[in-house]
Design a protein. Sequence first.
Length: 373
Amino acid sequence: MNKAVVDLIGVDKEYGGHPALTGISLTIADGEFLSLLGPSGCGKTTLLRLIGGFEKCTRGTLLLDGRAMDPIPPEKRAVNTVFQNYALFPHMSVFDNVAFGLRMAKKPAAEITRSVASALELVQLAGMERRRPNELSGGQQQRVAIARAIVNKPRVLLLDEPLSALDHRLRKQMQKELKQLQRTLGITFVLVTHDQDEAFAMSDRVVVMQHGRIEQIGTPMEIYEEPVNLYVARFVGDINVLDGVVRNRLGSSTYQALVEDATVSLKSKQPLELGQPIHVLLRPEDFRLELERDIAESRDLSAKFQQARLKGTVRRIFYHGATYDVEVALESGNRIQVTEFFDEDSENLYFKPGDAVILGWHEGWEVVLPHEK
């Protein structure tokens, strides 16, 4: 990892004695794209405002390039913010909006002209200098806000849900453009979002938050494939939670367990005790699903289910184009969602409501966690 540009050490933030952030310790690397991910009220925007200087820490230390930031006002920090509503000046042209900060810093006119032209070219708005905000689309207004933020060449760019007002197609396009812009500029981006897909598409690392605390920090792949608890697993995608009990130790990290009335072998990164209740977590795409009659007729199919053979009945089908989700009711009553690829050579889906099926998965694809109520 590159050297740290932002360090938060044991940071708490309270409003009227009520905690908004508790025990936040986080290092953000120079040139990193980091996302703060969580539901409304989890503290992610408060954390962004602390970095930007719009709030002060109740306790703890906030450093920017090794320098304590608490006594430093927002305008003196090498940090700029792109707000959710863009906050453009409606009476100013695009050029004047972008040039505003440079003029406040009393930069020479020639430098302002060059810097604004360069920023507008980066955000693909060259030639629109004379337009007013009300003459621009939502995506163009957002680009103006970004140009205004980057023209001062900040060390850190803070993005407070800047894509939330855009339609789905434009939002996807802007995600790619923001990622490319960050790579071009090489500066640190910190994004606040409640959208898992958005965080995963753009980020080097993701910080998952809940109730003012950090639940997990990792790459998108680590967060998705190795969630540390049920909250993270459920927040970052569809997850199936099977209940089980540890029956035997097979190796240093391998256990035999009874899961949904089936005896299976599991791998766990944390030590487990015999008789311990556990959760077995599997994504919909981790399952292998076959019709029960096909399993009975074929030894080759039967070999797929050496790790688990859970019986169930197909209840509903949800079509998504290239894939479809199969909702299966297990004999225990638990409902499982399985993602299947659509066979383009067939006019019909392979599975239908009412089918008796067998579910299995490969050992090691599961995540095993101690049981949580």
